[in-house]
Design a protein around this ligand. Structure first.
Ligand code: HEC
Ligand code: HEC
Ligand code: HEC
Length: 437
């Protein structure tokens, strides 16, 4: 949320708004048409189900950080108005959520309200809002009885007064966060519905893959909210590409098997995961059952745009490079720095060095992911399916802004890829942004 916007809300809102919010929030904070939650006995099978759902929800990605006990929070999340820290969600009664009732837990998870105040939407409660009461109860059983309590204090947020006041967040929540209601399948078949429940809900895929409005809510929470849904968005220094099917830079060429394989292992014949998606795979989707991964893939393949444009490999670039013809800008930079791994034909080595030809992330409308990986390098994730790790070196020290732009533009316009170029000025800005993090 931008500083200016929050400041505006603070000024415009005023005390009158505050009072009316208190009055109406109590009526809106009930989920639409659902049975009351009932805490079931925390049997081993319920706890195990809760643990699986916690994986799907990727709770650990934010609430577990290296060097602190599991689920005690402490992850720094930078916002334009200051840093906030994730919290201790172990069952410790003082520092964690040990004293939360099932209803209190549900209100934090789906409504974004905890201990009487609204949470920052950095906690993805707008997505979690579709979770069914049974799944909320299983998660609760796991966090109450399956997680080891730890008396680790929370870290205080670093947001200065008056922006640290939370009631503008209550406005935001009432205006923009969906009202919690258990998922409804609509016209989807049961398998796709299972995928949709996860993608829109615990998986919170749209938090990164759907563009946001100026007021920071995602522009489409579900498939019925319009074409912005999962159409790709910039997230920090990466672009989370479109998960729709339709045209270059989308999942048009990926089969359901390709998608399921990517979610379970972080790689497939088209690419290898990097950037913030690595955390999603490592902490969450690699634990999916085969059925759930396939259901997710089937659901994503059902989101089809009309402009299908399959990728067509074009030999011309490979032939020029073989002849030593480096007239095209960026081709020499590519031969000297990249071709040893990604090969002159741009086809790489499957699961080791990803192919750049026909790779959706390379063809995405925004080149920022590519520029960031060239500057920063990356390490493939280690999963049980891919025990060996491979490195992409960082080139920030070696290539100047012009060379980075040239090589990025080269790979985006070779072997059949056809995507818009970037300028060296964009690369210069990106370098600064990476170093300020
Ligand atoms: C993208 C990061 C992120 C993910 C994923 C995430 N959380 Fe959170 N969560 C946060 C942040 C940040 C806060 C604190 C927000 C604030 O202080 O307003 C929080 C707060 C909470 C709270 C309130 C605790 C308190 O003491 O008030 C609960 C409960 C919680 N999260 C549970 C979960 C569960 C369960 C999951 C997985 C299903 C989860 N979170 C996933 C970021 C995340
Ligand atoms: C030493 C081998 C090596 C060299 C040299 C290399 N890369 Fe990579 N590259 C990799 C590996 C390994 C990955 C996968 C990293 C990951 O997924 O974390 C990768 C990933 C990428 C990706 C992301 C594609 C995807 O699906 O993961 C792009 C784009 C890329 N490299 C471009 C380049 C460019 C441009 C150069 C030259 C400036 C280059 N690479 C040099 C090994 C290399
Ligand atoms: C924290 C942000 C974040 C979340 C949450 C997230 N993604 Fe991603 N995703 C990214 C980024 C960034 C990339 C680009 C890097 C890459 O391709 O590995 C990406 C890439 C992908 C790709 C590869 C696309 C391509 O063209 O190469 C798939 C498939 C994908 N995500 C699916 C999902 C699904 C399904 C979910 C929900 C379970 C999800 N993502 C949640 C950030 C995210």
């Amino acid at each position: 949320m931008s500083w200016k916007l929050l400041a505006k809300i603070v000024v415009i809102g005023g005390a009158a708004g505050f009072l009316s919010v208190v009055a109406i929030s109590s009526t809106l904070d009930n989920a639409a048409g659902e049975k009351p939650l009932t805490a079931s006995e925390a049997t081993p099978s319920l706890i195990a189900r809760g643990e699986y759902l916690a994986r799907l929800g990727d709770c650990a990605a934010c609430h577990t950080v290296p060097g602190r006990p599991p689920f005690t929070g402490g992850l720094r999340m930078n916002t334009p108005i200051g840093a906030i820290f994730t919290t201790n969600i172990t069952p410790d009664p003082t520092y964690g959520i040990g004293s939360f009732t099932l209803t209190g837990f549900d209100r934090a998870l789906r409504f974004g309200v905890s201990k009487g105040h609204t949470l920052y939407p950095a906690m993805p409660y707008p997505s979690y809002s579709n979770t069914t009461p049974d799944d909320v109860a299983a998660l609760y059983a796991y966090f109450k009885s399956g997680v080891t309590p730890s008396a680790t204090p929370n870290i205080a947020n670093e947001i200065p007064f008056p922006l640290s006041m939370r009631w503008p967040l209550t406005f935001w929540r009432l205006l923009w966060a969906p009202r919690p209601a258990p998922f409804k399948p609509g016209s989807l078949d049961p398998v796709q519905a299972r995928g949709a429940y996860f993608v829109d809900g615990l998986g919170h895929c749209g938090e990164c893959h759907t563009p946001r409005a100026l007021t920071m809510q995602v522009r489409a929470q579900t498939r019925t909210d319009g074409d912005a849904y999962l159409s790709g968005a910039v997230i920090e220094n990466y672009f989370a590409p479109s998960l729709r099917t339709g045209g270059h830079g989308s999942l048009a060429d990926w089969s359901t098997q390709d998608i399921a394989e990517f979610l379970k292992t972080g790689a497939n014949r088209y690419g290898i995961v990097f950037g913030s998606m690595t955390d999603v795979i490592v902490h969450s989707t690699r634990f999916m059952t085969d059925d759930d991964a396939l259901a997710t893939a089937k659901y994503l393949k059902s989101i089809v745009d009309n402009q299908a444009m399959p990728f067509m490999y074009d030999e011309a670039t490979h032939q020029l490079l073989q002849k030593g013809d480096t007239k095209k800008p960026g081709s020499l930079v590519y031969l000297d720095n990249c071709a040893a791994c990604h090969r002159p034909d741009g086809l790489g080595y499957e699961r080791v060095f990803p192919r750049l030809a026909g790779n959706p992330v390379v063809m995405a409308p925004e080149a920022i992911s590519l520029a960031t990986i060239v500057l920063e390098g990356s390490l493939t994730p280690r999963t049980s399916a891919t025990p060996a790790q491979f490195a992409m070196p960082s080139f920030a020290w070696r290539l100047d802004d012009q060379e980075v732009a040239d090589v990025v533009n080269f790979i985006r316009s070779s072997w059949g890829n056809r995507s818009a170029p970037v300028t060296p000025e964009v690369i210069a800005k990106l370098r600064k942004s990476i170093h300020s993090n």
